[in-house]
Write a new protein. Structure first.
Length: 156
C-alpha cells in the first residue's frame, strides 16, 4: 500500500476523481458521472440522449435499472482515496417504474440503509430533469473480498 493510501485521503478528491474511477465498462458507455459521493450516500447522473431511448422515445428501462444498480452499490462502497476503489456485487434488486422521461439529465440518489461487514442494503430513487420520479427500488449487495477495508484496493 502506498503511503498516500495508508494515511488520510487526499484533500483533492473531487467528483471528477470519482467519475474517473468508473471510466470504463458499461457505466462509462452510458455516460454516468458522480455529482455527490460520501459514506452511505451517492448521487449519480447522466445526460440522456437518443441512444438511451426506447422505441417510444422514453428513457429505456434498462438504462434506469442500471442507474439504480450502480447508485445502490456505490452508496455502500465510498472510498475517499483517489488511487483506490471499493467494489460490490449485486445479489438482488427490486424496481418499480413510476414515470417516464425523454432526453434530458437524470440523476439517481442512493442511500445505504443497513448492512454488516460484507452485505448491505441500499434504496435508490431516480429523477428526471424536472424532478419526476422515474424509478425507485432497493438492492442487496456484497462487498468484494478486496473491498471490505474502507481504504479499498488499488485501481488496476
Amino acid at each position: 500500500m502506498s503511503s498516500s493510501s495508508s494515511a488520510t485521503p487526499a484533500s483533492e478528491y473531487t467528483m471528477a476523481t470519482a467519475t474517473a474511477k468508473f471510466s470504463h465498462g458499461f457505466p462509462a458507455l452510458l455516460g454516468l458521472e458522480f455529482l455527490e459521493w460520501e459514506e452511505g450516500r451517492v448521487v449519480v447522473g447522466m445526460q440522456v440522449d437518443e441512444r438511451h431511448l426506447n422505441l417510444g422515445r422514453r428513457v429505456h428501462g434498462g438504462v434506469l435499472a442500471t442507474l439504480l444498480d450502480v447508485a445502490g452499490a456505490c452508496a455502500g462502497t465510498f472510498c475517499p482515496y483517489p488511487d483506490r476503489i471499493r467494489k460490490a456485487l449485486t445479489l438482488s434488486m427490486t424496481t418499480t417504474f413510476t414515470g417516464q422521461a425523454g432526453p434530458g439529465y437524470i440523476r439517481a440518489i442512493g442511500v445505504k440503509r443497513a448492512g454488516g461487514s460484507r452485505i448491505f442494503n441500499s434504496t435508490v430513487e431516480v429523477y428526471s430533469e424536472d424532478d419526476t420520479l422515474l424509478i425507485l427500488g432497493e438492492g442487496t449487495f456484497r462487498l468484494r473480498s478486496d473491498s471490505q477495508d474502507p481504504r479499498g484496493a488499488p485501481i488496476a
